[in-house]
Design a protein around this ligand. Structure first.
Ligand code: GAP
Length: 436
């Protein structure tokens, strides 16, 4: 395994400096396990979510979307098994009382004080509890959802009734989830508030294995198609003794982060566990009825479940490049065009020349109708290019004195730094062609 922790520090620093990701509540010293996406990070994360939604909902005939509430009936979490089983082991350092997950302790030493004696492990439930309504007693306890999946399961009959879908079909959802992680860390990799992108794919039991394999391929390819280097991705199939008792299989898509291979997404073959559990706990018949044969049964479920923040972090780390240009180092974020937060920067070469400024502003107004652009005149051109490289802007369009005469602008390509003259009336189409 080749890992480079320095890269992580560089990415974290770039994220703060250029407005991708900030510490939550920084002015109060920060909040452990929570992060804010800055102006560029918000665009980047939105692009990741849009690319996912497009790929798993809009580009398929067998998928629909859902957007469920974060707060759900507390019985949901009894039925799903989260109240009883969604636990991590926790130990306490006997010297500084820091609470840790035993599997996160390196070399047997407390990361807080270096002590090596700990309390016996005990189970700690990861769900974040809250009270609903004016009474703060046991009758009003509920939880912030620890996964978006359960909203899909409890809506299974609603989706079937309202869309008349026939098996096999799937339901996709993107949304916030919350887990009271004992040791959040590695930047946005393990946090207490995060966004998931989850699919529950319902099929006849005899099709489950085939659909499980199809989804593993589809989800692995999604990361590759959006530019993540294949050598930094791998599939890890869980051993039989790692699986939940009801699961027939689970495979993780892992990324080689600077801190080592870690899970981006899990694809699980969950059998009929969730629907049968909710049927038992709610007393409702959640079986599927075949419209032709009238046969009733519980569909089996394939669940590709990814983290939007982890995905975004992988796109950031993978995009980070340093290149030697003459005697300086060029930092360039080589985002796939679909993921890049800004596609075009329009740069007037002389900010005091009214003609140049007017033409540059007109160009930006025209492009921004369907392409994300910025206008920047706050530094000399070399510096502006470097700034745009550092945030992964795909093209820089420079307007100069010559442009006023020949109605052509200079288009600079981010990855190759090649510059071309393109006529203003062809520019919009030229950029769209290259981005797609
Ligand atoms: N419904 C199945 C489920 O939630 P999971 O493996 O616990 O499965 C799915 O979570 C994905 O959610 C993970 O692969 C990861 O990308 C993301 N995720 C889970 N816990 C996270 C955390 N504490 N911080 C950031 N992302 C997390």
């Amino acid at each position: 395994m080749t890992t480079n922790p320095d890269v992580m520090d560089k990415v974290v620093s770039l994220c703060k400096r250029r407005g991708f990701i900030f510490q939550s509540s920084e002015i109060y010293g920060g909040l452990n396990g929570a992060w804010d996406y800055g102006p560029l990070g918000a665009e980047l994360k939105r692009n990741v979510k849009n690319a996912w939604w497009q790929s798993v909902v809009h580009y398929r005939d067998d998928m629909v979307g859902l957007d469920c509430s974060i707060l759900m009936h507390p019985k949901t979490w009894e039925a799903s098994g989260h109240v009883a089983n969604f636990v991590d082991q926790l130990v306490e350092c006997k010297k500084c009382n820091k609470r840790l997950r035993p599997d996160h302790i390196e070399k047997g030493k407390c990361p807080g004080c270096g002590n090596n004696t700990f309390s016996d492990p005990r189970a700690f439930n990861l769900m974040l509890k809250t009270f609903l309504g004016a009474m703060e007693d046991s009758s009003s306890v509920t939880y912030l959802r620890p996964e978006t999946a359960q909203g899909i399961f409890v809506n299974f009959p609603n989706v079937v009734d309202s869309t008349h879908r026939k098996l096999p079909f799937g339901v996709a959802q993107i949304g916030k989830s919350f887990r009271n992680e004992i040791t959040p860390g590695n930047f946005t990799f393990r946090t207490r508030e995060f966004e998931q992108m989850e699919i529950e794919y319902f099929c006849r039991p005899e099709m489950a294995e085939e659909k499980y394999r199809e989804w593993i391929d589809a989800r692995f390819s999604w990361y590759v198609d959006l530019g993540i280097r294949k050598e930094n991705l791998r599939l890890r199939e869980h051993a039989k003794d790692e699986l939940a008792h009801y699961a027939a299989g689970c495979s993780d898509v892992e990324y080689l982060f600077p801190f080592g291979w870690s899970e981006l997404e899990g694809i699980a073959n969950r059998g009929a566990y969730d629907l049968t559990q909710h049927a038992t706990h709610s007393g409702k018949d959640l079986q599927y009825q075949d419209p032709i044969t009238n046969e009733k049964f519980y569909p089996h479920v394939i669940e590709p479940s990814g983290g939007c923040d982890r995905g975004t972090l992988a796109f950031l780390v993978d995009a980070y490049h340093e290149e030697q240009v003459k005697d300086t180092t060029r930092v360039v974020m080589k985002f796939h065009p679909k993921i890049a937060p800004i596609k075009v920067a329009v740069l007037p070469l002389l900010k005091k020349n009214d003609g140049i400024v007017a033409l540059a502003k007109n160009i930006k107004r025209e492009l921004q109708k369907d392409i994300v652009c910025v206008y920047d005149d706050t530094a000399a051109i070399g510096k502006l290019y470097r700034r745009q490289d550092e945030v992964g802007t795909f093209f820089c369009v420079t307007v100069d004195v010559q442009s006023l005469e020949d109605q052509q602008v200079t288009v600079r390509h981010r990855d190759t730094m090649i510059q071309e003259r393109v006529s203003v009336d062809r520019l919009h189409q030229y950029i769209k062609d290259h981005l797609s």
